[in-house]
Design a protein around this ligand. Structure first.
Ligand SMILES: CC(C)(COP(=O)(O)OP(=O)(O)OC[C@H]1O[C@@H](n2cnc3c(N)ncnc32)[C@H](O)[C@@H]1OP(=O)(O)O)[C@@H](O)C(=O)NCCC(=O)NCCSC(=O)C[C@@H](O)CCCCCCCCCCCCC(=O)O
Length: 718
């Protein structure tokens, strides 16, 4: 709601009250309309201030209401009521003015912001556009290029930038509400003719067509199939080409298209999913709200290769004191240089102070003795990691949390090397670790709730979205990826090319197709794992060369590695590059010939594989493994999987994540297609629909937020 008070005798104050972000729910909108009428009707009131409770102006429309029938006064007439008011209305912006919150502020005649406030139109990230006049008022106020930038990217601006752009009239370091009240008193009785943004002509720069052309090209390049950014451009175009009232009609039409789209549903689901993962629970009953994290001030990183360096940078930037250990002098000095460069670039980009002094480097593992938390980031080699964990267990102070950065090794096996297995968890960072937002926090059967809570909190402080997952081969992300990769290899055997498979996946919205990603991360990574698993056997021909443990296996990746084709780093992989380290993937005729020879050698006949088959086989097997993961209790809910896939594996956000996508396709359809392919490929276990998937499909495809009720939770052992 919104409550009304009178301050300094003549200022009517409207305070939005809807924690935590004062979103514009039906009750808040009703409150604003009622209190505006009251302020306008009281003769003693000469001006009005609108502010938000608890230091937050307004986080925009209440996204939770979007799924339901809309009640209460609509936003557009509400902002028109404010702008048309006969008394000056001043917005006191503290904390945030986002989306509908900024639209509310733009309908006021003046805006005073606190220096720490952030303003913006993030609707595009929810699959929408600013639909309460934002696309029509902002270009009139700041010009077309700046409006296009803010509306199509959704980026937040600081109060200082907002002042520079002309969005706010004053910025204060002091109390913004007090400043707004003073300001309101100073403008009482003044003409408002020049203060109503909707009456401003929209500036028309001479190169208008080129500006819109460029904006469209830019959003096409970056949106990967998302429709909201391009629609935002169209709405701003209406501000320039139509009078205000017509422009508002156009904004409404375009908003309606987006509002009713599957992409908006997916993005709004994803918004809440990303927040839901912080309310973690584990298979053995530990939970976020009953587990207390330990204090961590000093962290240590062991092993300063690419991952260790990124983790060190991320910890230091988050304000932890860090001990960084690399046992060889030469490597330590190289790492020091590397970390310093990363910190300098980071400080420059983010405008934050350098964090060099947070890091102490050492060649001795003993240096980690007094750390509260140690992250081991040595090579992905169980024997080596075991040795490090034995050392750590002997050296570290009692109660220190021991974490391993691994992309799939058994956490429990490492925990068993220590005297306190309850203090061991996995922290699976994604490369580059100082950039990627995702962190899988992996708990073993013996990890204590406190250890999980501590790792989750450290991840959050590092600016990561941390997802708690159970211990199994590959955890969540890589376990699902295995199925996806496997299908991609099989498709090559059956007649597809890497570029064909990649094109289908990129059209779906992946940042990169599976083969381009494989070239980027290095084919040798998977090869080493397969060798360690005893899967890579000397080349032979016929079916047996393509069977391991009774299931179909494709040795294609192994064969490329045997030829030294490790991807970008060697200049050749599934594609060719102009030089080792080159980044532009080019179709490689050699690879086509190699595939033909391979098929001939193994008695395989190439066939035409269509778009639908590529998509269904790659995605549905990945999704099917996701259901198996839910069934096994490795992830607590579909949101965890979706966040991991969007943030860690380039899954297009506007499709919500693999589990959300499955819910939209229809679980019965996913089962039916998996069964169809399984009949053709009975030797591929990944095509066998999981029990949970079948169960959910059989009870009529319940909404995704109901899945948890169906997933059997293992009984608590804590
Ligand atoms: C605000 C934040 C920056 C705060 O971040 P912080 O890290 O501090 O905290 P959290 O992110 O964890 O959030 C805390 C808590 O708050 C919840 N929350 C945040 N924002 C909202 C919100 N806007 N609504 C509801 N709930 C919100 C969040 O979920 C957390 O709770 P949880 O329980 O999940 O942990 C950050 O939160 C943030 O960035 N928020 C989003 C801000 C945003 O995107 N705002 C824009 C919203 S969309 C909008 O404003 C649209 C408007 O332009 C106008 C729309 C016109 C309306 C018309 C409606 C007509 C409908 C009918 C159309 C019919 C069409 C037809 O058919 O014709």
């Amino acid at each position: 709601m919104a409550f009304y008070s009178r301050v300094s005798g003549s200022v009517g104050m409207i305070t939005l009250q809807n924690p935590p972000v004062n979103a514009l729910s039906a009750a808040v909108r009703q409150g604003i309309v009622d209190t505006m009428h009251r302020a306008l009707s009281e003769p003693e009131v000469k001006s009005v201030v609108i502010c938000g409770q608890n230091g937050k102006f307004c986080g925009g429309a209440d996204i939770r209401e979007f799924g339901a029938t809309m009640a209460g006064p609509p936003l557009v007439p509400m902002v028109h009521l404010i702008e048309a008011a006969s008394k000056p209305v001043v917005a006191a912006i503290e904390g945030i003015a986002l989306g509908g919150g900024l639209e509310l502020a733009l309908s006021c005649h003046y805006r005073i912001a606190h220096s720490k406030a952030r303003l913006g139109f993030p609707e595009v990230a929810l699959g929408l556009l600013p639909g309460a006049g934002g696309t029509q008022r902002l270009p009139r106020l700041v010009g077309v290029p700046a409006a296009l930038d803010l509306i199509t990217t959704g980026r937040h601006v600081t109060a200082a930038e907002a002042r520079q752009l002309g969005i706010v009239d004053e910025v204060t370091e002091l109390n913004a509400v007090d400043a707004a009240v003073k300001f309101a008193q100073s403008v009482a009785g003044k003409s408002l003719d020049a203060r109503r943004i909707s009456t401003y002509p929209c500036p028309r720069p001479p190169d208008l067509d080129a500006i819109f052309e460029r904006a469209m090209q830019q959003v096409r390049r970056s949106s990967r199939g998302a429709i909201a950014p391009g629609t935002c451009v169209q709405a701003v175009h209406a501000a320039v080409t139509l009078p205000y009232a017509k422009g508002m009609e156009r904004e409404r039409e375009l908003f309606s298209v987006l509002f009713n789209s599957g992409q908006a549903r997916a993005l709004q689901y994803y918004f809440f999913a990303q927040r839901a993962v912080s309310r973690w629970s584990t298979a053995n009953g530990a939970r976020w709200d009953t587990s207390k994290p330990r204090p961590v001030r000093k962290a240590a990183v062991i092993g300063l290769g690419t991952m260790g360096r990124g983790i060190t940078v991320s910890l230091a930037q988050a304000g932890f004191t860090v001990v960084a250990v690399e046992t060889q002098e030469k490597q330590l000095s190289e790492a020091k240089q590397g970390v310093s460069g990363m910190l300098e670039r980071g400080a420059k980009r983010r405008g934050v102070p350098l964090a060099h002094d947070k890091i102490k480097y050492s060649c001795s593992v003993q240096a980690v003795a007094d750390a509260d938390l140690v992250i081991e980031a040595v090579f992905e080699d169980m024997a080596l990691k075991k040795t490090v964990f034995q050392q750590l267990s002997a050296i570290c102070k009692p109660g220190a949390l021991l974490c391993t950065n691994t992309s799939g090794l058994d956490i429990d096996e490492l925990a068993s090397q220590t005297q306190s297995p309850e203090l061991v968890v996995g922290m699976h960072f994604f490369a580059p670790a100082h950039v990627m937002q995702l962190l899988e926090v992996v708990y073993g059967p013996r990890s204590s709730p406190e250890a999980v809570a501590t790792a989750m909190q450290v991840g959050k402080k590092m600016g990561k979205v941390s997802v708690a997952v159970g211990n199994c081969r590959g955890f969540v992300g890589n376990r699902m990826l295995k199925q996806y990769l496997e299908q991609a290899f099989f498709l090559l055997e059956e007649g597809a090319t890497p570029e064909q498979v990649d094109q289908v996946l990129e059209e779906f919205g992946f940042a990169m197709g599976v083969f381009k990603v494989s070239d980027l991360s290095g084919l040798d990574v998977g090869w080493k794992v397969r060798k360690a698993d005893g899967l890579v056997s000397p080349a032979s021909t016929g079916t047996s060369a393509r069977i391991r443990g009774g299931s179909r296996y494709s040795p294609l990746g192994d064969l490329l590695c045997e030829r030294g084709r490790f991807g970008q780093k060697t200049g050749k992989g599934w594609y060719q590059y102009d030089k080792p380290g080159g980044r532009v993937a080019k179709v490689d005729p050699w690879l086509h010939g190699f595939l033909e020879d391979y098929r001939a050698q193994h008695g395989l006949v190439a066939r035409r594989i269509d778009h639908q088959e590529v998509l269904e086989r790659c995605l549905y097997t990945l999704i099917n493994e996701g259901f198996q993961i839910l069934q096994d209790g490795i992830a607590a809910g579909p949101e965890d999987i979706d966040v991991i896939y969007v943030l860690g594996y380039g899954w297009p956000r506007h499709r919500g994540g693999p589990m959300f996508y499955a819910s939209q396709v229809g679980l019965d359809k996913v089962v039916e297609r998996l069964e169809h392919y399984q009949q053709i490929h009975p030797d591929v276990p990944g095509l066998q629909p999981s029990r949970l998937l079948r169960k959910l499909a059989a009870i009529n495809n319940p909404a995704i937020h109901k899945w948890r009720e169906v997933i059997q939770k293992p009984r608590s052992q804590l």
